[in-house]
Design a protein around this ligand. Structure first.
Ligand code: 4AD
Ligand code: MG
Length: 447
């Protein structure tokens, strides 16, 4: 019996007779010679089916197999530099060819399809090499995140999805029914992380988060994954050093372990190679000046080549502002000290200048926008109550959160990194919808 191996393992079995199990994604008919492209989840490889090497019945199966049929192929692994595939360089010289299920006519053809059609067929679209590469980069990003945090003294403590109150503004809440009481899908795990640091020092939560974003953009999903580290005894300055180490590690790890996938995506990796600490830091004030100077000169910004709009001090950045600022630097850039009024209630105002807060966003290069939001948190209970009132939030649901400042409060900080935007940046994708297996974009809940 030939051993069942994966395409990824072919290089270890040159000259051996083995079995591959997978799906046909392309067939080229040369009469007595059939070239079958097979994928099995670990990679993509060519199977050469030469009539004289198989039983007539097996050859006939190979000759009539349809796209996406599931098959079991037995044959001899050959090394050949020109053999197509991912990783490529090895092909299977078939001795037997068995169809497990002959696929019906497949809706996705090797031609251009519209995005809506592809999203309607997301359950099938995932099978293409490009989507395969993206999902494997995503998985590597997630592994790199966990490895770095686990190796640097952070304890993973998971936080609830069903929550009684808002943390990132009331306009993007998804409301649900919790046994006749309103509940909200978590926008963030941060508030619970803040409780957890008093028990464990350095923690992180990592899971899906939900925002009822009312506009369609290429950076927003309704459901996205966020990793949120939170650290006791940590100032904003300490936090930025952690963030730049963390992000650099993630990028370098993908470059090292997912080079094949980035090649499939035709990603120019030269800008990613530069991602190492330290990252540049500019204040919100400086950013506003830069933007307004450029806007006055009529600077235009990609992807639509629209004029950069000026910004008023106090406003949050729009996508064109982030794109412009990031384009002025080779590496990701921190923008710190945003206006207190423009940011979430929990951010610590700067003591000498309370109109700005001890916050920082990290903007990715090449127009990918904000990938991290973070800040120092208010550590004084009275100041926190004031901030909640200023944001018109009820005190009752936050009682436990205020409590944290009454029993051994310490300066502390944390941040949230969005997985989908990070993957879009590393893969060089136009839109975040391709970075998650089943994206929840505005107006879509199928499949
Ligand atoms: O800046 P945000 O809203 O920060 C927080 O939620 C904090 N509680 C994090 C913390 O300090 N623990 O979101 C953080 C990141 C953004 O920088 C972005 O990468 C991502 O989450 N993000 C989204 N990604 C996709 N779709 C959306 N609708 C997103 N909203 C935020
Ligand atoms: Mg933010």
């Amino acid at each position: 019996m030939a051993k069942w191996i994966t395409i990824e393992q072919m290089s270890h079995h040159v000259g051996e007779e083995v079995e591959l199990r997978g799906w046909v994604y392309l067939r080229t008919d040369k009469g007595r010679l059939q070239f079958i492209r097979l994928r099995d989840g670990t990679g993509f490889a060519q199977v050469v089916v030469f009539k004289k090497n198989l039983d007539p019945e097996a050859f006939n199966a190979a000759r009539h197999v349809t796209q996406e049929s599931s098959v079991i192929v037995r044959g001899i692994v050959r090394q050949d530099e020109r053999a197509p595939g991912i990783p490529g360089g090895y092909e299977l010289d078939a001795r037997d060819f068995q169809i497990v299920q002959l696929a019906e006519e497949y809706p996705i053809q090797p031609k251009e399809h519209g995005v809506d059609f592809l999203l309607d067929h997301r359950h099938l679209w995932l099978r293409t090499p490009r989507q395969w590469a993206i999902m494997r980069v995503r998985a590597e990003v997630i592994r790199a995140i966990s490895d770095w945090l686990d190796d640097h003294g952070f304890l993973r403590v998971d936080t609830p999805i069903l929550t009684p109150s808002a943390a990132e503004g009331t306009t993007t809440l998804f409301e649900t029914n919790y046994h006749d009481r309103p509940a909200y899908l978590a926008q963030t795990g941060q508030l619970y992380n803040e409780a957890n640091i008093f028990a464990f020092g350095k923690v992180y939560c990592f899971g899906p988060t939900f925002r009822a974003e009312k506009s369609k953009t290429r950076r927003h999903l309704q459901e996205f994954w966020m990793v949120e580290p939170e650290i006791a005894w940590c100032t904003l300055e300490d936090l930025l050093e952690i963030e730049e180490q963390f992000v650099s590690y993630i990028v370098q790890r993908v470059l090292e372990r997912r080079a094949n996938e980035l090649r499939v995506l035709e990603r120019d990796t030269s800008s990613l190679e530069k991602v190492e600490p330290p990252f540049p830091r500019i204040s919100y004030d400086e950013a506003v000046e830069m933007i307004n100077r450029a806007a006055a000169q009529g600077v235009r910004v990609p992807p639509k080549d629209e004029p950069l709009p000026p910004i008023e001090w106090g406003d949050d950045f729009g996508a064109p502002h982030e794109t412009y600022i990031a384009a002025q630097f080779e590496k990701p850039v921190f923008v710190h000290h945003f206006p207190t009024e423009a940011k979430a209630f929990y951010m610590e105002p700067e003591p000498d200048r309370p109109e700005v807060c001890r916050s920082a966003d990290l903007l990715a290069p090449e127009g990918y926008g904000e990938i991290i939001g973070g800040s120092e948190r208010i550590s004084d209970p009275e100041k926190l109550v004031e901030a909640l009132k200023r944001h018109n939030l009820p005190l009752e649901p936050y009682k436990w959160y205020i409590d944290l400042r009454r029993y051994g409060s310490v300066p502390h900080s944390g941040f949230g990194l969005g997985v989908e935007r990070t993957v879009a940046w590393i893969c060089g994708l136009h839109h975040v919808r391709e970075t998650i297996a089943f994206p929840r974009v505005l107006g879509r809940l199928y499949p």
